[in-house]
Design a binder for this molecule. Sequence first.
Ligand code: ADP
Ligand code: MG
Length: 382
Amino acid sequence: MENNMMRERILHEFESRFGSEPSFYASAGRINLIGEHTDYNGGFVFPGAIDKVIMAAIAPNGSDRVRVVSLDLDEEAEFGLREEDAPSQSWARYVFGVCREIQKRGGKVKGFDAVFSGDVPLGAGLSSSAALESCFAYALNDIFNGNSIDKLELARIGQSTEHNYCGVNCGIMDQFASVMGKKGKLIRLDCRSMDFEYFPFAPEDYELILVDSRVKHELADSPYNKRRESCERVAGRLGVETLRDATEEMLESVRGEISDEDYRRAKFVIEEKERVLGVSDALKEGDYERVGELMYATHRGLSKDYEVSCEELDFLNDVAKECGVTGSRIMGGGFGGCTINLVRKDLRDRFVETAVSRFKEKYGHEPKVYPVVISDGARKLS
Ligand code: ADP
Ligand code: MG
């Protein structure tokens, strides 16, 4: 949706419900270019904010009550600001959680009225929840705290909201990218030290296109935990805290003493760290063909060694390759969800048409396609 249209609709609703003059804020969904299953191994991720946002109109209302309207769901929630005031609607718990987490850190939140809407697809792996949290965290910091809470803490407020009010035990990447994102820049985040660096990402000849398989394979034996356990076992065997500190040579030296499965899991993590550093160099040089090669290598590793792919995602990756797409890989934890594709602009239409029609032919439903542009994260709109 065009941002101006979204803003008009929000303002119209705000004026008819609450009257007073609101301020406007927005924050973004995110992609991760490379660096998968690295966060819990003390490694790097490489996210960026995208041109799909949650936008909110907000004004203090002089009371101790919060009234929030979700335009997209056509629902309203009203709640107080004490712990026992948690609303029942799950979408409103994101807003309530942000209020509470600010208060827990000694920040101020008073009553306010808000209307919000967005175009980050829900549950597609673009982190609409982080966009929602970051939008409100940024806004309440501006309105009630004179922007005294630093941006990294705003990301942590979003993360704690997921942990404590939404039952999602997530890392920091999504909220970090949503808060810190900048137009034309990806951020390499070191999940161990929280050091980060911006890298240029504004290719003239390429586009990022997400293809959402719309499948999610829920597996019984919690594959995520099993992957973590493998990584921890190998790190323990190597005498390092996390695989971040392991090298390929170290891994080879214990190959005969660990299971083949653990070996392949650790191999992926160690290689993925190298690939992230390779992408850093390639982005500095503007070498997007190299970036694409590394994306394909990540997909192979996720599929063959880490074994978190599935038939549908491997199929989408194969179709991308056949179409001559520059880079393609699973984005996110795996077992379903999206592929992220770096596509030359002249190939775009052919790729999208081919991917959609061939996927539908084989699996009976159309994947969703989301072109994204790397854009600004949390902000006040003028
Ligand atoms: P995602 O991968 O998109 O973050 P989540 O399940 O973590 O998926 O978060 C989606 C939830 O966030 C929704 O169920 C809803 O509660 C809330 N949400 C996200 N976007 C909106 C929106 N535009 N309007 C209302 N609620 C939203
Ligand atoms: Mg989420």
